[in-house]
Design a protein around this ligand. Structure first.
Ligand code: DLZ
Length: 157
């Protein structure tokens, strides 16, 4: 999937509280993703708290626990393909679990899970100096924008 065509979104996040739930594998990349999400929250005027989980597989359960208490979730993780099918199991479980949290709780979940063939691909998307993309910020903007869309739906539409 190409990152070309990503929208540049201006959002007003004042009064909004996000839970940024971040995995802990691949710490350099995670540092970039977290910094990007926090930068986006700060620019939008939103509040956030950061929660670290061990791996991407643990993102959904903590997102689920946060859902009743926040306006939106930003889920961040990096999974790098190895030589076994483990990659597919972790990616599928994290993706399906986060989508389920969003729908079950009707809460926006910014999807900042990088699923990469190697570390170079992940670094290129981490919002670090020299990265081409900033997926942590994109995930936070997506959550904030979707909160605004949900709030704009007329009650009797
Ligand atoms: C086990 C594992 C492996 C091999 N690779 C990654 C990875 O690249 N990224 C990541 O976020 N987590 C990885 N994990 C850990 C699993 O997500 C999970 O934390 C463990 O299986 C324990 O439940």
């Amino acid at each position: 999937m190409s990152g070309a065509g990503a929208p540049r979104v201006e959002v007003d996040g004042r009064g909004i509280r996000l839970a940024v739930v971040a995995a802990s594998w691949h710490e350099t990349v995670m540092g970039g993703l977290i910094a990007g999400a926090e930068r986006a929250c700060r620019l939008a005027g939103a509040e956030w708290i950061l929660m670290r989980v061990p791996g991407s597989f643990e993102l959904p359960v903590v997102a689920q626990a946060c859902a009743p208490h926040f306006d939106g979730i930003v889920a961040l993780g990096v999974v790098i393909r190895g030589g076994t099918p483990h990659f597919d199991y972790v990616c599928d479980a994290a993706t399906a679990g986060l989508a389920r949290v969003a729908l079950d709780h009707r809460i926006p979940v910014g999807f900042g899970l990088l699923t990469c063939d190697d570390e170079a691909q992940a670094l290129d998307r981490a919002g670090l100096d020299g990265s081409r993309e900033d997926k942590g910020a994109e995930a936070a903007w997506a959550a904030l924008s979707t909160i605004a869309v949900l709030r704009s739906i007329p009650p009797h539409a």
